[in-house]
Design a protein around this ligand. Sequence first.
Ligand code: MG
Length: 214
Amino acid sequence: MNTIDVDGRTCRPSKILCVGRNYRAHIEELGNEIPESMVIFHKPNSAISDTLRSAIDDQPLHYESELAFTVKAGNLHAVGFGLDLTKRRLQSALKAKGLPWERAKAFDGSALFSAFIPLPDNIEGLSLQLDVDGELRQAGGTSLMIYTPAQIIRELKTFTTLEDGDIIMTGTPAGVGEITAGQYFEGKVLFAGKTLVSESWTAVASANAPRAKL
Ligand code: MG
């Protein structure tokens, strides 16, 4: 099982629950409709990685930076920066046929995270920033979300059990794009303009699809 760092302790999330289409500007950039209800998909523990890849096989990967929260005793517990990596070409083909997205969203190496730190008193002041090669690419935060983190966790609990250490990814703001090998990614979670936690990755070239572990 893959692990994450939550407030200095090692955690093994059983799953990552992801909200899609939670920022209006991102919905518009992909030409999607504003959903009538929350769009939710999930990634398994095996999606977690420390390696940022530009492609897998012939599928280029796109980055989506997101505020990510861990759960403890059924409540939001800690916050970190997350990358929801996407095989966008494949996802578009699956969407066009009305098929599930897992092949494009839940593959090995599709979820990267900073360390997670305890929540500030007021999570409404949380925001994120992604710089690629020193240039601002994405910025967003709880104030711009269609569904707040509190609404998201309430909705998730209506149909699934949230285990301690599970991760909730809250959707991406505008500015998503394709990853190029050699690019330097720096993600930050901020509160009232101050950096709470950050992480960086240098993208490496395409890999063959990871083989199933025996
Ligand atoms: Mg996403």
